[in-house]
Design a protein around this ligand. Structure first.
Ligand code: AMP
Length: 286
């Protein structure tokens, strides 16, 4: 496994591999890897000749009062894990190379970036799209792998790829959870044991909504009420939002008539956690 820090070197290496006819997969991450990230890496290794994993805590997707500085970082541990998996290249660029002082260009996906998480993180998806497009341009992957954990991000990136005619196939993989249901996240490292326990109301609330849906309840208000009630049982957890939306345009739906996304975000102390599920009808299941 080779660790590459220079943008130019990454470009040279991937261009040479593509010239030789090798298929290339990219797994973009911000590091501090867990089994969720590794599930993407394994999927990539299965279907492409070469797997590139980027590890870059992207400053432009953090708001001014967010946790960019504190975000957990451990490149040595990450590269150890990736080497064990059989990854070919780790791309870990420097922020000042990705965003030199005269940097001016950003990518925005209007109409989607301001919904759900975008309401409390107004510049977040602009930062995500910008860095992902840069990574696509640097690595030139045939396939890029993302997690359903960040449902809105997945929807926005697919839109960006289609709108900008990008030659990359975007694959979205299921959420990996721990034994008790908590969606794995690098930010879980911020939680003390009591907070970690409290955070379970988020996945539990979504699960209860899923059960109600399976029993035939289609009114979003009732399903969301269940999630909010569950979250209220835990005084250490504050709701940011819970919404049921159309997975294409992210517009709220009041009565579920086709596949819908139930997405929610909470604060456990200052730590913001997200989770989601899809509800679907039997005949539409993928
Ligand atoms: P991050 O390092 O948080 O930017 O995440 C990098 C990629 O891993 C994104 O595509 C995430 O959606 C994905 N990811 C993060 N957590 C999980 C999880 N629990 N299950 C599946 N994918 C995940």
């Amino acid at each position: 496994m080779k660790i590459i820090r220079s943008i130019e070197e990454m470009k040279t290496v991937t261009r040479a591999l593509k010239k030789k006819g090798r298929s290339l997969g990219l797994v973009p991450t911000m590091g501090y890897l867990h089994e969720g990230h590794l599930s993407l890496v394994r999927a990539c290794l299965k279907v492409t000749d070469i797997c590139v994993v980027s590890v870059f805590v992207n400053p432009t997707q953090f708001g001014p009062n967010e946790d960019f500085k504190e975000y957990p970082r451990d490149l040595l541990r990450d590269t150890g894990l990736l080497e064990q998996e059989g990854v070919n290249f780790v791309f870990a660029p420097q922020p000042e190379d990705m965003y030199p002082s005269d940097y001016k260009t950003y990518v925005e996906v209007h109409g989607l970036q301001n919904k759900l998480c975008g309401k409390s993180r107004p510049a977040h998806f602009r930062g995500v799209c910008t860095v992902v497009l840069k990574l696509f341009n640097i690595v030139d992957p045939d396939i890029a792998f993302f997690g359903q954990k960040d449902a809105q991000q997945a929807i926005i990136l697919k839109r960006m790829a289609e709108d900008l005619n990008l030659d990359v196939n975007i694959k979205i993989l299921p959420i990996i959870r721990d034994k008790v249901g908590l969606a794995l996240s690098s930010r879980n490292a911020y939680l003390d044991p009591r907070q970690r326990q409290a955070a379970l109301v988020l996945s539990r609330g979504l699960k209860k909504a899923q059960e109600m849906f399976d029993q035939g309840i289609r009114e979003s208000e009732l399903l969301l009420g269940k999630i909010k009630d569950e979250i209220k049982t835990e005084p250490m957890v504050q709701l940011d939002y819970a919404e049921i939306v159309d997975p294409v345009n992210l517009e709220p739906v009041s009565q579920i008539k086709k596949k819908a996304l139930i997405a929610a975000a909470v604060f456990v102390g200052t730590v913001r956690l997200i989770d989601n599920i899809f509800v679907n009808f039997e005949e539409e299941k993928e």
